[in-house]
Design a protein around this ligand. Structure first.
Ligand code: BDR
Ligand code: CA
Length: 308
């Protein structure tokens, strides 16, 4: 199995990413789930991570709470997308029995990486605060990260005209990570908006008779609210980097230079993608352009019908 730590802010699509990683179709061993302030505050995101672990049967998986605010900028949340709890619309038990570890997420990231043979990847599906802090606290982890597969950025924005939420929410942290030299695969809005929970997909989901599929159906009914004006369904952003770890061939990737803007008046938090090779800067990311969305849905629906 491939070893992975999931750094997240659950969040409906984060929850779906965790379920996919925990399912029977996955070849991933989840070493830890670390939480960060993002969609809602870190306390709520942590409770949600624990609730999702209980649903997914991840009873022994380490969950650790991380940064409660971005490095530099003020906190920014997305409660208008995910509701006050961060996971509105579900009937998951409100207070999980499972507890978070006592250690800080940043220390868990550092300890796991330092104890590894360099074979642990990080699926980063929230703002990049914890990962930047870990890199600053213990730079020795940098060469030990196998790969970061990240949901964030793109050639356009969903929070401002230029910026996507995860990058905008902590652009300074994103800059640290993008410039770290760690191999990165980036799943921005260009590709995640290709994975939509259309009416047809909702029907297929509803036909699956498992608690996990029922929970995802509830989540999507709520979470689609934020998307229905512009899209034919909710975008499954965060499952993309997990799907990539399970089945990379599903994606078309391009090696490019990507830099995070932290100064622009109109472009703060933008990921500047050098698609035409204009800069002499070394390419630092594999940028996901296309996904075989039919294959994604096949895998995702199968995951929800046969959890581990
Ligand atoms: C990203 O922002 C969050 O609201 C989602 O969970 C996802 O990680 C999409 O822009
Ligand atoms: Ca997220």
């Amino acid at each position: 199995d491939k070893r992975v730590m999931i750094d997240c802010d659950p969040g409906h699509d984060d929850a779906m990413a965790i379920l996919l990683a925990a399912s029977n179709v996955s070849n991933l061993s989840i070493e830890a789930i670390t939480t960060v302030a993002g969609n809602v505050g870190v306390d709520k995101n942590t409770i949600n991570a624990l609730r999702v672990c209980e649903l997914a049967g991840l009873d022994d998986t380490l969950v650790a709470k991380g940064a409660d605010r971005p490095l530099v900028r003020d906190s920014l949340e997305a409660a208008h997308v995910h509701g006050d709890s961060g996971l509105d619309g579900t009937s998951l038990p409100e207070s999980p029995v499972k507890q978070a570890d006592g250690a800080h997420a940043v220390d868990i990231l550092i300890d796991k990486l330092m104890a590894s043979e360099g074979d642990i990847s990080i699926a980063a599906i929230g703002p990049l605060t914890n990962i930047a802090l870990a890199m600053r606290k213990k730079p020795e982890i940098i060469p030990r990260i196998n790969e970061i597969t990240m949901m964030g950025g793109g050639t356009y924005g969903n929070r401002t005209p230029a910026a996507e939420f995860n990058i905008y929410a902590d652009a300074e942290a994103a800059k640290v990570v993008f410039e770290s030299g760690v191999p990165m695969t980036m799943f921005g809005l260009d590709v995640t908006h290709q994975v939509l929970a259309t009416d047809e997909r909702m029907k297929q989901l509803a036909a699956i008779n498992t608690p996990e599929a029922a929970a995802v159906t509830d989540m999507l009914r709520f979470y689609s609210g934020a998307y229905k004006e512009k899209f034919s369904g909710a975008a499954l952003h965060d499952p993309c980097p997990v799907a990539y770890l399970i089945e990379p061939a599903m994606f078309q990737l391009e090696k490019v230079r990507a830099d995070v803007e932290i100064k622009g008046e109109f472009t703060y938090g933008m990921t500047v993608i050098d698609a035409e090779g204009q800069s002499s800067r070394t390419p630092n990311v594999q940028f996901a352009r296309e996904i075989d969305s039919n294959r994604f849905w096949q895998l995702f629906l199968q995951a929800l019908s046969e959890m581990r």
